[in-house]
Design a protein around this ligand. Sequence first.
Ligand SMILES: [Zn+2]
Length: 212
Amino acid sequence: MKFEVMDRSISRPLPPEELVEAGRQAELFRPAPDVWEWIQSVYLEEGAPLINYDHEHLVAADVAVLWTTAENIRHGRQIAGTAEIPNVKGTRWAKARERDQLMQWFGRIPEFLITLDAVTAAQDEDLNFCALCDHELYHCGLKLDRHGSVKYDRDGNAQFALRGHDVEEHIGVVARYGIVSAGVERLVAAALQTPLIAPAQISIACGNCLRA
Ligand SMILES: [Zn+2]
């Protein structure tokens, strides 16, 4: 599917027909190597149309993408995407089972796993899909020490970690007390400027943010 952003023509990958046809009737998962290739060409590579230097560390990261049709509703909204570090939680067998599944899907254990809802993606506006992918990439962060410096392993490779929200505050607190932190100040400033890419229309329902 082709669309225009900032005078650049972009085409985006759609979920496989098999998943779109199955819809919510079947809880399917399918690897999406084409989506990771698309993400690299749209956000990460030099000259990419929506290049985002905040994700620069992901050029060297091993990221895998998965489509799903499984329903996942939280706070009344279907989750459109999640980002996780796979194979870190669970019992020994649960982890071994997950490793086996990841090997079957990807032939490796990726450093980050992004899961996208195929049903939402098939119907979504192109820009919303772009905003969702950008959002999930922001969760794929670097591990920092308590001084805010990047942590490296013994081989000198930067270590990865899931990254939370930039801003943690209640709307009610801001309404009552104003701009109470530097994070809120930066969010307000960002919201008031013209969007660097273009305005997306629907809010992002992300599984990492919409915690139960
Ligand atoms: Zn999120």
